[in-house]
Design a protein around this ligand. Sequence first.
Ligand code: HEM
Length: 138
Amino acid sequence: MRYHPPGPFLMRRKDGDDLEIKNYVIPKNAVILINIWATSRDPRIWPNPDSFKPERFLNREVDFKGHDFELIPFGAGRRICPGLPLAYRMVHLTVASLVHNFDWKLEPGIRPEDVDLTEKFGLSLKKAIPLKAVPTKP
Ligand code: HEM
């Protein structure tokens, strides 16, 4: 959710009047794209952002439910994802069920270091090359 946010851009429209922030003018009615893909990889916020280190969250009280803007995979504010409570429960359950019930291997001839994690951008973020994992009996 941090490194590969399914929705890489949040979209907002500036209502009211023009607004000036740090010498930039945001005109009223402007459509603003908020790049949470970039903020989730900003080394000023996330040391060694490219490393898979789940323990980075252990000593950090970061909340992903729209309160801490450094991690907002479900957005924030009035337009926050209404599916958050469902996704919050189902993602863990789905992954845990798949890991618990099967052993997994890659396609013949593909080594773990060959797996390409390149992303394909759009309104949602996908793997550029789909991962083919083969379930085997435990
Ligand atoms: C891992 C799962 C999910 C992620 C990461 C996710 C992420 C997001 C994000 C980033 C937004 C935009 C929020 C904003 O602009 O502040 C959004 C909006 C939305 N999501 Fe999700 N979502 C997920 C699952 C779901 C599910 C399970 C549902 C429905 C059952 C759902 C329904 C919606 C709807 C209807 C909106 C539009 C809300 C609006 O514009 O007012 N999402 N989601």
